[in-house]
Design a binder for this molecule. Structure first.
Ligand SMILES: *Cc1c(COP(=O)(O)O)cnc(C)c1O
Length: 358
């Protein structure tokens, strides 16, 4: 008896429609990198067929999609890393981000496919990937002159801090990128989920929603439900055992929690071996029969323990939800010192997957 992840594909489609409604004048790259944030690459790609296009991080993710018969326009957000990947990209008609001079050098040597649709990645302030604004003109000229590149090189950038509406970085990024956007007058793409929800000025021609498709809010202190989103993944399991302990009994590894009175402690069949965060502290919410109870003691590999004082009716075998329907992943991630993105990505292979809403 272990956990299962229920993936609700109708919620995924609902969230795509919500993203498109928020960015009504833009076209959409549905971001399905990292196994669709842990939701399953191929099932997500198939369910997101209303999106104008799809995006992944790496060439190998895109090749897996093409080999599964997905024909939608497909952007590789990191672009190709070497000549072989460039050939794959050309062969599979992928769109590529161009984020460093080495990629332009490879394109100038040519490839054997049809010209590649290129997105010139601008570093407007994130300081991770991309050309500095002053290097854009040179890169642009070189790409535009290259036979291996499809005409109409596009521009993209990525936000560092758009999850925080009060952070001045986003305005600065928009101003730096906006100057280039005005100069080149080509298709641009700026907004991730936080841009779509929090920064309407950033929508431009193409948006790139990721986390919001899976039903979580990227905005600080908010949940997906508050943005009109529905959870796609519900990680559920059962109560494996219920034990009565005397006041003063320590619970679990390291005895990090001690019963404050005589009480019942529930043992839940899920642990960090399933992807539940080991660092979730005492008090992290868990749903037992639909009611919130606090996690107590350390999370172990296959089990975790909960305080059942508020649930006198709870019995062995009762349903438990770790996040999803009724318990936003953001509210588990926050006490555990992480984000919903990481919770979703970290669900391990032994967790059974069940899809609904096809
Ligand atoms: C992952 C990613 C996105 C999607 O970001 P979310 O915060 O999940 O919406 C968009 N653009 C780029 C370049 C990315 O790497």
């Amino acid at each position: 008896m272990g956990p299962s992840a229920r993936i609700d594909l109708s919620a995924l489609r609902h969230n795509l429609r919500r993203a498109r409604e928020l960015a009504a004048g833009s076209r959409t790259y549905a971001v399905i990198k990292a196994n669709a944030y842990g939701h399953g690459l191929l099932r997500a790609a198939a369910a997101l067929d209303e999106s104008d296009a799809l995006a992944v991080a790496r060439v190998e993710e895109a090749v897996a999609l093409r080999e599964a018969g997905i024909e939608a326009p497909l952007l590789v957000l990191e672009g190709f890393a070497d000549r072989e990947e460039m050939q794959f990209a050309a062969h599979h008609s992928l769109e590529v981000a161009i984020q460093q001079p080495e990629q332009i050098r490879l394109l100038q040597q040519g490839h054997s496919g049809s010209p590649l649709v290129c997105w010139l990645k601008v570093d407007s302030g994130m300081h991770r990937l991309g050309f500095q604004p002053e290097a854009v003109e040179g890169a642009w000229q070189q790409l535009s002159a290259c036979d291996a590149v499809a005409p109409g090189v596009r521009l993209m950038t990525h936000f560092s801090s758009a999850d925080d509406p009060s952070d001045p970085c986003t305005r600065e990024q928009l101003a730096r990128f906006g100057a280039l956007r005005a100069r080149y007058g080509v298709d641009c793409s700026i907004a991730n989920s936080a841009g779509i929800i929090g920064w309407p000025d950033s929508h431009s021609e193409w948006v790139r929603p990721g986390i919001m498709l899976y039903g979580a809010s990227p905005m600080l202190g908010r949940t997906g439900e508050q943005e009109g989103l529905r959870p796609v993944m519900t990680l559920g399991t059962r109560l494996l055992a219920i034990n009565h302990f005397r006041k003063g009994s320590p619970i679990g590894y390291g005895a990090t929690w001690v019963c404050p009175e005589d009480m019942r402690v529930g043992v839940v069949a899920a642990g960090y071996g399933d992807g539940y965060p080991r660092h979730a502290p005492n008090g992290t919410p868990v749903l037992v029969n639909g009611s919130r109870v606090p996690l107590v003691g350390r999370v172990s590999m296959d089990m975790l323990t909960v305080d059942l004082r508020s649930q006198p009716e709870a019995q062995v075998g009762d349903p438990v939800i770790l996040w999803g329907e009724g318990l936003p992943a953001e509210q588990v991630a926050e006490p555990a010192g992480t984000i919903a993105y990481e919770l979703f990505c970290c669900v391990t292979r032994r967790v059974r997957v069940e899809t609904v809403g096809e």
